[in-house]
Each structure stands twice: as C-alpha cells, then as structure tokens.
Write a new protein. Structure first.
Length: 465
C-alpha cells in the first residue's frame, strides 16, 4: 500500500511519501537503541514531565491535529478534536500515576530487604491502525515512555501526516532524540524489524490478519507482544431496559467514527418482548442520520477511511443478504468519492453469514432476537471475537448473569463500551491478548524483577529453588 494522504471525502490524493530506505530504517533503529540506554537512566519524574508536557501540547494543538485526522481518514471534525483531548487525559493519567505504578513493591520476608522492581524493556515497536490515529498511539506511548522504554511507530500507511505530527508532538514536548520516532514504512517492513535484536517487543492494534503475522514473527524471535485486534461486540437489550436511552445509545455505539471502531456495538441482541419497538425506532433513527462532509459540524456520519473499505463492507452486506439476512435500511454507497456508506440495518442474519461471523467495520448493524438471558448470552458469545459487550437491563440478577457469562474483555451495563485510562482495555479469543491502559498497560512492557537482599549476614535462603 502506498504511504499517502488520500482525502476519503473527496478521493483526492493530497500527498505521497517515499518509504524509508533500508539504510534509513537501520539508522532509525540504531538511534532508538542508543536513546533507550540514556532514557532508562533518566529519572522517572523527568520522563513523566515530558509526558505531562505532551498533554499540554495536545490541548493547545487539538484543532490542528484534529484537522489532520479529518483530512487523512475522514473523522468528523468535532470527534477528531475530542480525540486529541482524550489523548491529553491519558498523558495526564500516566504522568501523575505512572511513577506510583513503577515504584518498587516491597515484599516482607524476615531477614531480607526484598522487593519487586519494574524496569524498561528497551525499544518497543508499535504497529498502529488509522481509525483512532492519535488515541491508539498515545495510549501505548504515554505509559511506555514513562516506564523508560522508547517507541518506534509504524503507523497505518494512510495516515502518514498523523504519524509525523505525533513525532513532532513528542519532540516538542522535550523527548530526547530517538525516544519517539515515526517510521514511514509499509507493512512488509515489520517482519524484518521483529527479527532485529535491537527491538525488544511489539504492540499491534489492528486486524486479525496483522495479529497473526506479527504474533508469528515475534514468536519466532521470542519477543513479547500485546495484540489489540478486531471485535464484533454484542449490544444486549432486555425488557426492563429504558428503551429510549438504549436506542439512542445503540445508534451512537454503531455509528461512532463511521462505525470504524473495534469496540463499536455490531450485533444487537434484543429480547423478543421488546424486539419490535426496538427495531422500529432503531431503523428509523439509523435511516435519518446525516451522512456527509466530515468538516461540517452538522454531519453525523462521515466517510469510511477509503473507497476500498467501503467496497469491502458492501461485499459483506451483499453476502449476508444473499445468505438470507433481511435488509431494513441502507445497503448501498453514498456520494461521489466512493467512501461514504449509508447507515445500514440487517435482521436475522443466519449463522455463518458475514454479519454473524466477521467484523463489519462500518455503519452496519445486525439485529438478532433472544428468547431469554441464556439465549442472549449464547448469542453474545457466538463470535470468534471477545472485546467488549454492552448490556441493557435493570434486573440485578440478570446483570450478574451477563457479567459472569459473556466472554469479553469488558462488560458495560446500561452504557456503551468505551476506553478510559483508569481501566484495563483488551480482549479475549481472536480479539487478541494483553492489556492497555491502567497499571496493567504500563506493566506489559517492563521487566518485573524480583530482588531479594539478604540482611541476615548469609547469602543462603531456606526456600531457594
Ligand atoms: P490493519 O490492516 O491490520 O492495519 C493495522 C496496522 O497493521 C497498520 O499499520 C498496517 O500497516 C499493519 N499491518 C497490516 N498487515 C500487516 C502484516 N501482515 N504485518 C505487519 N503489519 C501489518 O488494520 P486496519 O484496517 O488499519 O484497522 C482496523 C482493525 O483494527 C480492525 O480490525 C479493528 O477492529 C482493529 N482495531 C482494534 C482495536 C483494539 O484496541 N482492539 C482498536 C482499533 C482498531 P499498513 O497500513 O501499511 O498496511
């Protein structure tokens, strides 16, 4: 794939970038490796200060960075600005809490001064997607840098200007040379980077296919990875739910970011007692959404990130209808650039059809009916993915059963799934492994070192293994 800015709202190729040559790439990795030695020796308070400064710059530059996201991948102008501001909150969180997460943890043992220490791993390769081009990068980089690691970003090929803006952001915040670098390279360069001994570990947010490729290459090299992959999140509505709020939230949860979110609600599992009113209201609301220019603040659904993605989504819709799904609204492209897709609702898609089996990465909802709680849980789990789940009920016993029974990295009750720096984020099954955010996200890329210092005058311990 060419490394280029192509405005999805117009189809215009704005700027094309040359990929780094093998020598340039080698030079960047060398700089990162050298920077890692110095950065780990920098006091944690200084590292945290740089990340706090990143937060300030994000707030100052939210409009400019937001405009870049809108240009390169079609995010609505307001949402793009919000994304920059959300990045700032994650930086604040790690600047403030990070030093505490990294503090030595004392373990009381008689005759010893013992503790667990958290030390950086070194150079971390981050392979990132275009759908939240700032958030995905910053939520990895903020904890990684405070922990003393350095970052090499291989961003998606369609957001090169966002990648370069992120490099500028960390540099302007005071990160020393080599601590955060953007590598303008294609996906084919990633395997070689994972073979490079100077790179310690990797994190990927992206598709299942990329996860398999990176997991395999890292495994061959015995390198740690965190994989944040796709999702087909269930949104379960039970009879006790506040239907108005549930419908409002369902529309938002399916169409946020033009439906291109790993934690977007994708399968709407509605109890048969409320299936009809839910369907009527949901379909009417989806059909009435304003689709169009992402720079117009009145627009509710912008373009997909490229014409190719809209074509792939349409092929999934057509295959689901051919397999027996009912099309209740949408089901076609919109506008001239080829990247816009009408908000679409499918009902009763049969098992095995794309709407049931695959991730639909766009504004396409699938409605399913459930007989009872057990049936709803079975349908919620009937997917290869396990990222998030949203459940709507006011019955405490039902809440408990859904919390226990749904196989996903998060369950939100009477709310839509969302990431928050204070809580771990990640998935099970084919949604990947490892966690981002919270203290766990920071501890993914550290050496958890056991230190036992005998103070009893002898070196032997009775329970040595
Ligand atoms: P993608 O095609 O997998 O691309 C993601 C990144 O991986 C890009 O930088 C891409 O580079 C690179 N890549 C692709 N194939 C690769 C390979 N074989 N080896 C090494 N690198 C490879 O995903 P996307 O379409 O950009 O993003 C959407 C996907 O990300 C969805 O599945 C979504 O659910 C998932 N996602 C997950 C989360 C989460 O936290 N779980 C969050 C957001 C998105 P190029 O651009 O150069 O191809």
């Amino acid at each position: 794939m060419a490394i280029a800015t192509v405005n999805p709202a117009t189809g215009e190729t704005v700027r094309v970038f040359a990929a780094l040559s093998p020598d340039e790439l080698d030079d960047r990795v060398g700089r990162a490796h050298a920077a890692a030695r110095r950065w780990r020796a920098t006091p944690v308070a200084e590292r945290a200060y740089v990340v706090a400064r990143v937060a300030e710059l994000l707030r100052e530059r939210a409009d400019r960075y937001g405009a870049l996201m809108t240009l390169e991948m079609g995010k609505l102008v307001g949402a793009a600005r919000e994304e920059a501001l959300k990045c700032a909150t994650a930086c604040d969180f790690y600047a403030q809490q990070g030093p505490r997460f990294l503090a030595r943890k004392r373990v009381d043992v008689v005759g010893e001064r013992s503790f667990v220490a958290y030390q950086p791993l070194g150079v971390i390769l981050a392979v990132m997607p275009w759908n939240f081009p700032f958030w995905q990068v910053v939520r990895f980089a903020a904890p990684a840098l405070v922990a003393g690691n350095v970052a090499l970003l291989k961003h998606a090929s369609n957001v090169p200007q966002c990648a370069l803006a992120l490099e500028e952001l960390f540099r302007d915040a005071g990160a020393p040379a080599g601590v955060f670098q953007a590598l303008l390279v294609g996906a084919e360069a990633v395997e070689g980077l994972l073979d490079d001994d100077r790179i310690a570990a990797a994190t990927l947010t992206g598709s299942e296919g990329a996860g398999r490729a990176i997991g395999a290459a890292a495994g061959r090299n015995l390198k740690k990875t965190v994989l944040e992959l796709g999702g087909s999140d269930p949104f379960v509505v039970m009879p006790s739910a506040d239907l108005d709020v549930a419908v409002d939230t369902a529309v938002k949860a399916r169409t946020l970011n033009a439906g291109q979110s790993c934690i977007a609600a994708k399968r709407f599992i509605v109890h048969e007692a409320v299936a009809r009113p839910f369907e009527e209201r949901f379909v009417a609301r989806m059909a009435a959404l304003r689709v169009g220019d992402p720079t117009d603040p009145a627009t509710q659904v912008g373009p997909l990130a490229s014409k190719r993605l809209a074509e792939e989504l349409h092929a999934q819709v057509e295959a689901s209808v051919a397999a027996g799904a009912r099309l209740l609204t949408g089901g076609h492209a919109r506008g001239d650039s080829g990247a816009f897709y009408a908000p679409t609702v499918l009902a009763d898609a049969p098992p095995g059809s794309p709407a049931r089996r695959d991730e639909m990465f766009g504004p396409v909802a699938t409605l399913l009916r459930a007989r009872d709680v057990s049936d709803a849980i079975a349908l919620a789990n009937d997917t290869p993915f396990g990222l998030g789940a949203s459940v709507w009920t006011r019955e405490p016993a039902e809440i408990e059963r859904f919390v226990e029974g749904i196989d996903a990295g998060s369950v939100f009750v009477n709310a839509m799934v969302a990431s928050d720096p204070r809580f771990p984020f990640g998935g099970v099954k084919r949604s990947g492994y490892g966690r981002e955010l919270s203290d766990l996200g920071m501890h993914e890329f550290v050496n958890v070192k056991t230190v036992r210092i005998s103070t009893a005058g002898t070196t032997a311990t009775t329970d040595a293994e």
